[in-house]
Write a protein that binds this ligand. Sequence first.
Ligand code: ATP
Ligand code: PH2
Length: 172
Amino acid sequence: MSTAALSLGANLGDREGQLRAAVAGLSDVLVAVSGLYETPPWGDTEQPAYLNAVVLVADPAAGPRDWLRRAQALESAGGRVRDPDRRFGPRTLDVDVITVGTEDGPVTWDEEDLIVPHPRAASRAFVLVPLREVDPSAELAGTPVAELLAAPEVAADVPGVRRVAGAGWWER
Ligand SMILES: Nc1ncnc2c1ncn2[C@@H]1O[C@H](COP(=O)(O)OP(=O)(O)OP(=O)(O)O)[C@@H](O)[C@H]1O
Ligand SMILES: Nc1nc2c(c(=O)[nH]1)N=C(CO)CN2
């Protein structure tokens, strides 16, 4: 069995509708969906606030590349609009592969177009807070999510990560 944690984000257009469509597109593999969080923009602060969530998915036949393909298909279906010249800039839908695991433990991947665990997830409160909600025992490269959240530069961002809708927001 391959499991993965995927992060969803949107800060342009119908943010909640785009995230709901992404969750619907994962219905055949869905294990858990976090609440919905409104979060200040990270990395490039001159842009609108994001809605973020994390989903857990599972598929006996999937590997890391299948999860990336799936994430990118959702972004395309979500009418991905973004400025290619602006790193960390605004977008209609972003789907990142945060972690992958099997019964044997965490899976790591290190290729140009796919790095797992996601290389910036450990510094992003907007990923770690919803990840902890759906999987309190989650670890990134061996470090527990609770420990990552306690690191000063991440802890400073945690109060800004506001849960704006609870379980079931994606079914409305
Ligand atoms: N774990 C991963 N999840 C998603 N994309 C990844 C991952 N590792 C590498 N990539 C690559 O990153 C490239 C850029 O992705 P994207 O445009 O979503 O970046 P970004 O959203 O601007 O930044 P970030 O990845 O920090 O959120 C993708 O083409 C993809 O191949
Ligand atoms: N709060 C928040 N900030 C971001 C996000 C995101 O999903 N949420 N995604 C980004 C893309 O790289 C850049 N900054």
